[in-house]
Design a protein around this ligand. Structure first.
Ligand SMILES: NC(=O)c1ccc[n+]([C@@H]2O[C@H](COP(=O)([O-])OP(=O)(O)OC[C@H]3O[C@@H](n4cnc5c(N)ncnc54)[C@H](O)[C@@H]3O)[C@@H](O)[C@H]2O)c1
Length: 303
């Protein structure tokens, strides 16, 4: 065992499988005491079982670490609160929360039902809020702590997962808001966009050109939870981790502007906007067009 997180108490949601499990195991191996949360559901979010979280706790304990299971649904306020309360009740404190829990319900926008939209947004976006909300109240008082959300490259947009993409975009804004609002209390907030082999990524209908293992993602999360990341003043950031590659995303910013002489009219905007403010080409749209061309030529598209 290392000691990157010695003395810390960390809660990880969605920690029963895939990336969350790797984060929980790595955090425990680095000396953290870990709350392992997992609702134990299918990819679509059905058939919950507490066995999934309990199995990871057994793995951590067998490796000489300390962990406790919470099988609650983090899309409820009570579930998010329970994750944080358990850390305090069992270990006396909370130093970091990592919100990894997620589900998928894929459907084209024009066919998507409320039952496909609501649970996806609730699990990812509200499920990050419920845990951040409970943890930030304690972290504000103790004047330290780390909040980590999980987003996706798909926050840029998705052909057939508008629900997931919207939730992942929302998580980035939630993380940035947490970074801003909690800054004066010494609390950091960052987001991770992983690409790793799990049951979720196995469902992607294309070849992923760049993919790593959950353990690659866990290494970045352990660093972000550590004092080393706090000393480097890392907050409000979005990092991609795909196998050996780590990248930081740009902060959103305006590119170009134009000013009206007097007031804008639609006619004046039509004259001025295309040649001045213009557009920012959408990389995802170019990729979608390239995939359509590849599919038309009979190939399997790459992403
Ligand atoms: N795997 C990738 O390449 C990839 C890419 C981009 C983003 N992500 C994101 O990373 C995170 C982890 O993904 P993964 O690939 O490990 O998925 P996974 O399906 O292997 O694990 C997700 C876990 O979350 C749990 N969960 C679902 N709903 C829950 C709820 N309401 N409360 C508590 N737990 C719940 C599930 O039971 C499951 O164990 C997700 O947020 C996902 O969107 C993954």
């Amino acid at each position: 065992m290392g000691n990157f997180l010695a003395g810390k108490v960390v809660a990880v949601t969605g920690a029963g499988r895939g990336i969350g499990r790797a984060v929980a195991l790595a955090a425990a191996a680095e000396g953290a005491r870990v709350v392992v949360n997992d609702y134990g559901v299918s990819i679509e979010g059905s058939e919950p079982t507490s066995a999934v979280a309990e199995a990871v706790v057994k793995e951590i304990v067998a490796a000489g670490g300390e962990a406790v299971a919470v099988a609650d649904d983090v899309s409820t306020m009570a579930g998010g609160q329970r994750v944080v309360d358990t850390a305090v009740e069992v270990y006396g404190r909370i130093d970091g929360v990592v919100c990894v829990a997620g589900i998928l319900r894929e459907r084209m926008l024009f066919n998507m039902s409320e039952e496909e939209w609501d649970p996806v947004v609730a699990t990812h976006l509200k499920g990050t809020f419920t845990v951040f909300r409970a943890a930030s109240a304690l972290m504000r008082r103790q004047k330290s702590g780390t909040l980590i959300g999980f987003t996706s490259g798909n926050h840029q947009g998705s052909v057939s997962q508008a629900n997931y993409s919207a939730a992942k975009g929302g998580i980035i804004s939630l993380v940035r808001s947490a970074a801003l609002g909690m800054h004066k209390y010494g609390v950091t907030a960052n987001a991770v966009a992983p690409v790793a082999r799990t049951r979720m990524s196995a469902n992607v209908p294309m070849e992923l050109a760049e993919i790593g293992e959950p353990e690659d993602v866990a290494a970045l999360v352990v660093y972000l939870l550590s004092d080393r990341a706090r000393e480097a003043r890392i907050t409000g950031q979005v990092y991609t981790v795909a196998g050996p590659r780590i990248a930081v995303w740009a902060q959103p910013r305006e590119l170009r502007s134009a000013f009206a002489e007097g007031s804008w009219t639609p006619e004046r905007i039509a004259e001025v906007l295309p040649g001045s403010v213009g557009v920012d080409p959408m990389p995802m749209l170019e990729r979608v067009e390239a995939m359509a061309r590849a599919a038309a030529a009979g190939g399997r598209p790459n992403a």
